[in-house]
Design a binder for this molecule. Structure first.
Ligand code: IPE
Ligand code: IPE
Ligand code: MG
Length: 238
């Protein structure tokens, strides 16, 4: 950690990719990769908290992942409930605030209730903001926000000229969350796959070959070190 204490990102987002590949490489079913990935997630959350990251957002299931075989979708749908069941006491004790972003309407009702429960239980926590993007799509988020804005314009709660970038951001799932400073994707896939399209407008991007279940502190340190050496310009000049 010696050389990565310089500039710490406030908000890290991670596309946790490579679970299936990790499992297949070991002759295991893909779902075992997802299970192992859950362990990586809890360890990463603890480490981020330890080093003072304020916001950690992770991509766990995309609006496109429904197209996978039923057995895998069923397994992935069960994971968040198990995760929240297993770790919610620990999250409360450690001051973790949980948010879940993404579409809720087509999720199992029990999962919806569990999400509401844990969000409520942790809402006063301030140690780290942990956001799970589940059944999330960046394009879908923008479409949903647009619809809500149109309704508010029709209802005369706002006028068309009130709509600017700041107001638009307030209609997104991430309304209470700052923009992403550092976006990490594992598994050597150099793409965004519909994750946080609005929020990564000026993020620094970091791609690693490491598969998500094998992602460790040293991998995060590498990303932090790369981040600390970047110059962010936001369109200006330095
Ligand atoms: C990421 O791992 C988890 C989800 C997308 C749910 P993958 O399941 O995409 O693993 P690979 O990319 O096939 O290795
Ligand atoms: C992105 O990974 C979604 C998650 C990590 C949850 P995918 O594995 O679904 O992305 P593509 O299909 O390789 O672009
Ligand atoms: Mg993948």
């Amino acid at each position: 950690m010696n050389d990565v204490c310089n500039k710490i990102p406030r908000h890290i987002a991670i596309i946790m990719d490579g679970n299936g590949t990790w499992a297949l490489k070991r002759g295991l079913p893909r779902n075992m990769g997802h299970r192992k990935g859950t362990q990586t997630l809890i360890n990463t959350l603890k480490y981020c908290q330890q080093i003072g990251i304020e916001y950690l957002t992770v991509f766990a299931f995309s609006t496109e992942n429904w197209s996978r075989p039923k057995e895998e979708v069923d397994y992935l749908m069960k994971l968040p409930e198990q995760f929240l069941e297993k770790y919610h006491t620990e999250m409360i004790e450690n001051g973790v605030r949980l948010r879940v972003i993404g579409r809720r309407d087509n999720l199992d009702i029990k999962l919806q209730e569990k999400i509401i429960q844990v969000e409520k239980e942790t809402e006063a926590n301030t140690n780290i903001n942990f956001t799970l993007a589940f059944n999330y799509g960046g394009k879908d988020e923008i479409v949903q926000a647009t619809k809500k804005i149109i309704v508010d314009v029709i209802d005369k709660k706002i006028g068309i000229n009130d709509v600017d970038e700041k107001m638009f951001g307030e209609y997104l799932y991430t309304k209470d969350i700052p923009p992403v400073d550092l976006m990490i994707r594992t598994s050597n896939q150099i793409r965004i796959s519909n994750f946080m399209l609005w929020q990564i407008a000026y993020s620094e991007l970091f791609f690693t070959n490491t598969l998500w279940p094998a992602f460790r502190r040293k991998d995060l340190n590498e990303a932090l070190e790369a981040y600390a050496n970047r110059t962010r310009r936001f369109g200006g000049i330095k």
